[in-house]
Design a protein around this ligand. Sequence first.
Ligand code: FAD
Length: 383
Amino acid sequence: MEFGYTEEQLMFRDSVYKYAKKEIVPLVEEADLNSEFSMEVWRKLGEMGLLGLPFPEELGGSGASVVTCCLSTEALGHAGVDQGHLLALGAHTYLCADTIFKHGSPAQLKKYIPKLASGEWIGCMGLTEPGAGSDAASITTTAVKKGDKWILNGTKTFITNAPLCNVCVVYATVDKALKHNGITAFIIERGFPGFSTGTPFHKMGVRASATSEVIMDNCEVPEENLLGEVGKGFGYTHETLSWDRSALLAPFVGGMQFAIEACTKYSQERVQFGKPINAFQAIQHKLADMKIVKEAAKMAVYQVAHDKDSGKPLNHMHTSLAKAIVGDWGMKAASDAVQVFGGYGYIHEYPIERFLRDAKLGQIGGGTSEVQRLIISRILSFM
Ligand SMILES: Cc1cc2nc3c(=O)[nH]c(=O)nc-3n(C[C@H](O)[C@H](O)[C@H](O)COP(=O)(O)OP(=O)(O)OC[C@H]3O[C@@H](n4cnc5c(N)ncnc54)[C@H](O)[C@@H]3O)c2cc1C
């Protein structure tokens, strides 16, 4: 499948790659090692315009297509930027800011998008709860209208960027009996009474992204911070989902390419039994397998991006295929990469061990591999 990138898109991809290699990659190893989000990395992403790509110029963005957004996050992953900072970017731009952009009032767009697009403010999106993960429609955070305010009560968990956020798009229910038809979105600013975030979790991977709970304890949200329409929030998560399966997966595709190049080079240089290890068929097959996964993942991710750019309705087969390929096969490719490096793949001095830790999130975050299979098999049974 060839989606026919324009010259301009390829030049942009190249410039992001070169910029990231020079300006960002030298900062990420330490951030990952210390499980610390780097404000310097964030500032550099903002300076390159990568935090506001899909928004119009008048709101501080570049009006980029979905394919272009994917090319940028893929290039960052390919350059060697850690998946932690890239998840932070994804949650900020695509899960938080874009939801405001798509469903916000003109006043909300004017107030929030320029600050988010520049990176001056950091955004997050809170859907998952301690008791509602895969079954997102069962959220129990409540929103009750009192006078000119909404009062929110509940806890969100695993929220990327929460400890650093200035703004959080939160989903709550106005009536649990309505199930998904009661789910409503709100824009909450840090500083609104009753809003707080928890202690950052210590994570297996994507360590430079900051993750915590978001707590709403009689949180007062002004009427003008209702996002879109009451009861339409669950539908908005579908928009989020299409970004989750495109611009948020593309960094993993780039990361696979990074690992393939690192493994190819290492296997040519590492000598055992008097030969470079890439003379052994077992190693050659691992490199070939990684390439197969990367190309399949790339096609699947750009298929979703292409669908989205064409304005087609969300194709759940395409989105679930992309998520499952990147998640499950990506995990296998990451494990193969560590294997090619042998003992050196297991220690931190080489970025390959980070690649394996980060890849595991692909099977969990934003919809698990099991749920993708459930969706794929349901669609198959209706075909
Ligand atoms: C690092 C990180 C960052 C995250 N960032 C965010 C964020 O920014 N915002 C946000 O809202 N959420 C975020 N999440 C939450 C993430 O989307 C959820 O973890 C994910 O959807 C799975 O939910 P769960 O963890 O509750 O697992 P559960 O849903 O409890 O699943 C547990 C196990 O049961 C399986 N399972 C569940 N239901 C079924 C079924 N019907 N059939 C078969 N198997 C099933 C799952 O596949 C899994 O193996 C993040 C999570 C992580 C780890």
